[in-house]
Design a protein around this ligand. Structure first.
Ligand SMILES: C[C@H](O)[C@H](O)[C@H]1CNC2=NC(N)=NC(=O)C2=N1
Length: 100
């Protein structure tokens, strides 16, 4: 079955789960975002490397911006022009890595 866009209710339910702590909807766009901070650039880039390997395996890639110890991540599914279960899975993985 083709990838489905999450309904607004499914989006709200997903964001209320503890595993998605820190994620919120982007204003004016169907996407979610989270800003993460680390001890230094090394820790931030190590995190980005682990996420990048997961993302490429899953064929689902983040939009992100890094300055020194800060990483701003935006997730959306371009194929459906909105949010899908893939964004929820990637957000969960990012939280897991962040808390390790
Ligand atoms: C061809 C390739 O499978 C697609 O373009 C994948 C790649 N990575 C992707 N990443 C994201 N975030 N959304 C997508 O729709 C997407 N599609």
């Amino acid at each position: 079955m083709a990838l489905q866009k999450l309904t607004p209710q499914e989006q709200t339910e997903a964001l209320a789960r503890p595993e998605l702590e820190g994620w919120s909807l982007v204003d004016g766009r169907e996407a979610i975002k989270r800003t993460l901070t680390f001890k230094d650039f090394n820790a931030a880039f190590g995190f980005m490397t682990r996420v990048a390997l997961y993302a490429d395996k899953a064929d689902h890639h983040p939009e992100w911006f890094n300055v020194y110890n800060r990483v701003e991540v935006t997730l959306a599914t371009h194929d459906v022009q909105g949010l899908s279960v893939r964004d929820v899975e990637l957000a969960k993985f990012i939280n897991q890595i962040y808390h390790q």
